[in-house]
Every structure is written in structure tokens, then in C-alpha cells.
Design a protein around this ligand. Structure first.
Ligand SMILES: NC(=O)c1ccc[n+]([C@@H]2O[C@H](COP(=O)([O-])OP(=O)(O)OC[C@H]3O[C@@H](n4cnc5c(N)ncnc54)[C@H](OP(=O)(O)O)[C@@H]3O)[C@@H](O)[C@H]2O)c1
Length: 266
């Protein structure tokens, strides 16, 4: 099986590359030698990621699309494949939303449930539908779907999110069995909490509302979760695992879920 390093000019597509984990994954893959297509809805933020990639001497292609929209994804991937010369060596599906927090089933709105499923499950399904045949024809490829630990165990008030990430595991495992004979791998990286801007803002707001420090909010959070290592992820923790799966170390790993959560799911 070829690896990323064997391909003369490896090409990656990263969804959710306008912020957080997806942005940092896109930049890391460029550091590892990939030209990178960056997909999301916010063109300005994608351009900023693309600039970082170009500064590393790699090519970048900005693809503005909503992953919930079949036609938009099809159009974006047509542009991507024209730009890449028909190649796709790595696909990282990082676009995702948490959906409503705290709404129990019975109060959860159907529209919110559908939006989470469409973003976190339909989105990866659509990109995989377009790129797996390309990878199979090439005889190599790495699909890395960003799941979450809420897809490994239920969590009250997070039913839509947990359902979407749980289903993503089924999609990924099934695809892994289908494409393995063509040298293509498909895996899930399942992070626990990641200290992205969105999460830091939430912790800061909670600290202000309760009149305590952010450190205290975080401290309580890691204890409530029973987190062995007592620290949430930085994006770099998740990025390192994605890099591993995309690189030589991931050559013979497929259909797996790698939990990166500081030791909650133990
Ligand atoms: N943060 C955490 O604690 C945590 C924990 C476990 C798992 N995760 C998972 O990790 C992944 C990245 O999350 P994050 O927290 O690092 O990211 P984030 O900063 O919240 O960014 C989410 C990304 O998803 C994109 N996105 C959302 N809806 C989209 C849509 N409909 N179409 C296209 N792109 C869309 C956003 O881009 P646009 O706004 O430009 O569309 C953005 O780039 C997600 O799958 C998330 O579920 C996160």
C-alpha cells in the first residue's frame, strides 16, 4: 500500500478548515507535504487558512460549501478534483456542530436534530461518496473522520450529537471494510473536549456567570468527567493523531476509533 510519503505530490481535503481542529489539521498536513483543499462556509476564514498553507510552500484551494448541501458538496469536489489533477490522498472530515446542549429527548426540536445529523453524518457521507472511488482507483487513500467521545457513550442532553458521532463510526467501519482491498483506510479520531475558541468562550462565560475563575471551571469539568490526565485537549493533541493516521504509522490501521480524551473513556 502506498503511504502519503510515497506520493509525489500528496493532496488532502479537510472540511471544517476555517477554524479550530480542522484549520490546524489542514496546516499540519501542509507541513507534512500535502497540497490542501480547505472546505467550509466562511470564505474569509478559509482564505486565512489557505494563506498559512501557501506560506509553507504548498498549494491551497478554498472551497466554500455547506456540507449539508449535496449539490454544494458535489460542486466543491468537482473544483477540488480539477485543481488536484484528479487526486485525493487524504480526506479529513472535521466539519461538525455540537447542536443543542441540555435538551432531553422529548424536548429536542426536530430541526436541531436534523441539522446536527446533516452536518456531522451526511457531510462526511457526501465527501466520502465523492472521494472514496478516486482513492480506490489510485490504490491508496486515508479517510479520517473526526468523531467524539459522545459517540462512544451516551450523554444526557446531547442526544443529537451523540447519535451523529455514533453513526459516523458505523459509516467509517463499513467503508473501511469496503475499500481496504484497494489500499484505502478509514478511521475515526474521537476527541474529548478540545480547547478551541468556541469552548474557551463557553468556559469563560460560565466562569463569569458563576463568579469563579476559568481555571476553576476547567478544574471542575475535568473532575466531573473523571479525566485521568486532568487536562482537556489542545487542537495539537488531535492533530498529532490525525497526522499519525495519515502518515506511515497509519498504513495498516483501518476501521478503528482512536480516543483522544485525556483518559475519560478508559
Ligand atoms: N471542540 C470540542 O470540544 C470537540 C470535541 C469532540 C469532537 N469535536 C469535533 O471536532 C470537529 C471540529 O470541531 P472544533 O470544535 O475543532 O471546530 P469549530 O472551531 O467549532 O469549527 C467547526 C468547523 O466546522 C465547520 N462547519 C460547521 N458546520 C458546517 C457546515 N454546515 N458546512 C461546512 N462546514 C461547517 C465550520 O466552518 P464554517 O463555520 O466556515 O462553516 C468550522 O470550520 C467537529 O467534528 C467536532 O464535532 C470537537
Amino acid at each position: 500500500m502506498n503511504t502519503i510519503a510515497d506520493t509525489v505530490r500528496p493532496v488532502a481535503l479537510v472540511t471544517g478548515a476555517s477554524s479550530g481542529t480542522g484549520r490546524d489539521v489542514a496546516i499540519a498536513l501542509a507541513e507534512d507535504g500535502c497540497d490542501v483543499g480547505v472546505l467550509g462556509r466562511r470564505t474569509d476564514a478559509l482564505e486565512a487558512t489557505a494563506d498559512r498553507i501557501r506560506q509553507l510552500g504548498r498549494r491551497a484551494c478554498v472551497l466554500t460549501a455547506d456540507v449539508r448541501d449535496e449539490q454544494a458538496v458535489a460542486g466543491a469536489l468537482q473544483v477540488f478534483l480539477a485543481w488536484s489533477g484528479g487526486r485525493a490522498d487524504v480526506l479529513v472530515n472535521a466539519a461538525g456542530i455540537p447542536g443543542p446542549l441540555g435538551d432531553p429527548v422529548g424536548e429536542l426540536q426536530l430541526g436541531d436534530f436534523d441539522a446536527v445529523m446533516a452536518t456531522n453524518l451526511r457531510g462526511p457521507f457526501l465527501t466520502m461518496t465523492h472521494l472514496l472511488p478516486v482513492m480506490c482507483r489510485q490504490g491508496n487513500g486515508r479517510v479520517i473522520n473526526i468523531g467524539g467521545t459522545h459517540g462512544m457513550r451516551g450523554r444526557a442532553g446531547r442526544a443529537s450529537y451523540a447519535t451523529s458521532k455514533w453513526a459516523l463510526r458505523g459509516l467509517t467501519r463499513s467503508a473501511a471494510l469496503e475499500v481496504g482491498a484497494h489500499g484505502v483506510t478509514a478511521n475515526v479520531v474521537a476527541p474529548g473536549a478540545i480547547a478551541v475558541d468556541r469552548m474557551r468562550k463557553r468556559w469563560a462565560e460560565q466562569a463569569e456567570a458563576e463568579g469563579v475563575s476559568e481555571e476553576e471551571v476547567l478544574d471542575r469539568y475535568v473532575h466531573a468527567m473523571g479525566m485521568a490526565l486532568k487536562r482537556p485537549n489542545e487542537t495539537s493533541d488531535v492533530v498529532a493523531t490525525v497526522r499519525f493516521l495519515a502518515g506511515e504509522g497509519g498504513r495498516n490501521i483501518t476501521g478503528q476509533e482512536i480516543v483522544v480524551d485525556g483518559g475519560v473513556i478508559v
